[in-house]
Design a protein around this ligand. Structure first.
Ligand code: PHE
Length: 459
């Protein structure tokens, strides 16, 4: 298989590969969605199940995406066209690009809220709010406003756009190398802050002591959805990124590193949020409002004696969330931009403009579904929920299933081994178990969980 095609961009270093891929993985999924799911799924028990899914189901999908991307050196759709010309496998790529548009649209809405909270905390407005209005009310008022969240959504999309338009090395790699270390430093500082709060031990216990009685089939499904979402697998996002990997990049090792970084960040976010929440005696299952309602409350009430500490804690937290969102949204944007640019032979810049405009329109629909369009529903769901559901419950698992079947059963075994061993130059001792995961465990696991979701037998 030709590895050439010099006109495409490529990552300049191994560190760039890891930080960009980890940047895609680490996002709102880790800091916003993970604690929410952990809170609902009973803490440590959820985390245990989640870890199994990460390493048994999601990582094999990630490695499969890497194999497809690097061997084809193409965007998510072009890759299947190249590796399986005129075969129906292309559907997997199409679902990925569609998923890229949908996920970027609803994700940017939450990222826009984050931007708003970052600005408010920087201006010290959160403090002001704490005195009069309650945070739940303020949050609902903001998200249901017809235009304010759309302005923030647009600014966030513009930031994403500016990075993607600059290309692989000058944009995605450069900014990932800048933002990821910042993000990791902020996390460590915040964990330190949070563990020193009085009563933090209850939160730590919640995260470390599994209570298996909380595990329901719904929790198991939630854990798989979360594992896929958190690792950005199933949509061809990593097919696209790995098409810019060099011949020397070690696919298995890179995937391991990304999984470890992503899991670490998710668990550390738990260590930021739960000790904080428990220290003021709030229930941990507050749902999606956790980081926008519960936390501002905690930041300001706990530190009412030392407002400056509350100010710094809040500001750092929202900057962290914003950085995480940005490194992920860049990768979603790239799925679509790479496809448009290669398929329609357009420049990267104009392709990026098209993607940004489409997502601004779709994202505005999602945003409006919290306010004036509350009652506009398709299949009983508002736009935000519809997009979220379509991507996380449908396109991602189905995409993951097709991707592992494609690599495990359709692709030439020699090509797969060549990719895993870099043409025989590095030994992969785990080759057999890895192929077993890709051929059997991942597809069967995904299928069972996916079917159960569509036709619930256990619930
Ligand atoms: N993994 C990202 C997160 O945790 C979300 C994402 C999904 C990114 C799909 C790219 C593609 O927030």
């Amino acid at each position: 298989m030709s590895l050439g095609n010099t006109s495409r961009g490529s990552f300049g270093s191994q560190l760039g590969v890891i930080l960009a891929s980890a940047g895609s993985a680490v996002g709102l999924g880790n800091i916003w969605r993970f604690p929410t799911e952990v809170g609902r799924g009973g803490g440590a028990a959820f985390i245990l199940i989640y870890l199994c899914f990460i390493f048994l189901l999601a990582m094999p999908v990630m490695i499969s995406e890497f194999i497809i991307g690097r061997s084809s050196r193409s965007n998510a759709i072009g890759a299947f066209q190249k590796l399986a010309p005129r075969k129906p496998w292309i559907v997997a790529g199409m679902m990925g690009v569609l998923g890229g548009f949908l996920v970027l649209s609803f994700y940017s809405v939450v990222a826009g809220w984050t931007l708003h909270y970052t600005v408010s905390s920087a201006l010290g407005q959160l403090q002001g709010q704490g005195k009069g209005v309650d945070f739940g009310q303020a949050f609902n008022l903001f998200v249901s406003n017809p235009w304010q969240p759309i302005v923030y959504l647009a600014v966030f999309l513009l930031l994403t756009h500016l990075v993607v338009a600059r290309g692989i090395q000058g944009g995605i790699e450069r900014y990932s190398k800048l933002m990821m270390p910042m993000l990791l430093i902020i996390i460590v500082i915040l964990v330190g802050f949070s563990l020193t709060m009085s009563g933090a031990a209850d939160g730590v216990r919640f995260l470390l002591q599994p209570d298996l009685s909380e595990v329901t089939p719904e929790v198991v499904l939630g854990a798989m959805g979360q594992a896929f979402f958190s690792l950005s697998v199933g949509l061809g996002c990593l097919v696209t990124y790995s098409s810019y990997f060099s011949k020397e990049t070690r696919l298995v090792k890179s995937a391991m590193n990304v999984c470890i970084i992503d899991t670490m960040v998710a668990v550390l976010s738990g260590f930021i949020i739960f000790p904080t929440v428990f220290s003021v005696g709030i229930a941990p299952d507050a749902g999606p409002g956790l980081v926008f309602i519960t936390l501002p409350n905690v930041f300001l009430l706990t530190f009412s004696e030392m407002p400056i500490v509350g100010y710094i804690f809040a500001l750092l937290f929202y900057v962290l969330l914003l950085l995480a969102a940005l490194t992920s949204s860049i990768s979603m944007h790239e799925i679509c931009t790479a496809f448009i640019s290669e398929h329609f032979s357009k420049s990267r810049r104009s392709s990026a403009v098209i993607v940004t405009i489409i997502c601004l329109v779709l994202g505005s629909f999602c945003s409006l579904s919290f306010g004036p369009w509350k009652d506009v529903t398709v299949f009983g769901k508002g736009f935000f929920d519809l997009f979220d559901f379509t991507v996380t419950k449908f396109l991602m698992p189905l995409g993951g299933l097709l991707i592992t079947l494609f690599v495990g059963w359709y692709l030439d075994r020699k090509l797969v081994e060549q990719q895993l061993t870099n043409d025989g130059s590095i030994p992969v001792r785990t080759m057999k178990p890895l192929l077993f995961l890709i051929r059997w465990v991942a597809p069967i696991g995904i299928l069972v969980i996916f079917l159960n979701e569509l036709f619930p037998i256990f619930m």
